[in-house]
Design a protein around this ligand. Structure first.
Ligand code: HEC
Length: 164
């Protein structure tokens, strides 16, 4: 919202981006990437809880959580992904991919897959309301009696809670 913080966030981001990557337009959001958070928002998010009680989660997701906790707490607190306003599978895919491409992230493709799987499952448990709100906002056409010629176009967003 305010230019100062946007610039500060961009400066922080630039520290982690290689000179080559930095020549791309960093403000451009691809892949359904949600808008970047302001430094203010990041500060708030970072002060939230930094663990998830996964005792009721399936065994596989408990193992994925360990991986997530180890890999995603190296550069910032784990509270950041835990409290971030992201919930849809495509949002997690975009973010984990972005994070894994940061220099020395230590996140390979296999780990990224498992972490995306975990965050998607976790969102289906902890962020149900957010998912519903996001899906509603994504499909304004449904409210109006639209012609049924583009029905299956975005099938990926119809099954947010499915862990693979
Ligand atoms: C190599 C360092 C590094 C690792 C490892 C890392 N992050 Fe980040 N993360 C950053 C930086 C730097 C930012 C600040 C914004 C930016 O530069 O994109 C950030 C920001 C974020 C944000 C806030 C979104 C935003 O717009 O700023 C989320 C959510 C996030 N990371 C999730 C994750 C997840 C999930 C993982 C594990 C898969 C992870 N991070 C691993 C460096 C890292």
């Amino acid at each position: 919202m305010d230019r100062k913080w946007t610039l500060a966030a961009a400066a922080v981001a630039a520290l982690f981006v290689s000179p080559l990557q930095a020549q791309d337009n960093p403000a451009k959001a691809d892949d359904g990437m949600p808008a970047a958070l302001t430094q203010d928002e990041l500060n708030k998010i970072d002060q939230g809880p930094d663990t998830i009680d996964v005792s009721q989660y399936p065994k596989e997701q408990q193992a994925n959580y360990e991986l997530f906790a180890a890999k995603c707490s190296r550069c910032h607190t784990l509270a950041r992904p835990i409290n971030a306003p992201f919930a849809l599978p495509q949002e997690w895919k975009a973010y984990v991919t972005k994070m894994s491409h940061k220099p020395r992230s230590g996140i390979d493709e296999d780990s990224a897959k498992k972490i995306i799987d975990f965050l998607t499952y976790d969102s289906s448990v902890r962020k149900k309301d957010l998912i519903e709100a996001k899906l509603k906002a994504q499909k304004p056409a449904q409210a109006a009696p639209a012609k049924a010629d583009q029905s299956a176009a975005k099938s990926g967003s119809d099954a947010p809670a499915k862990a693979q």
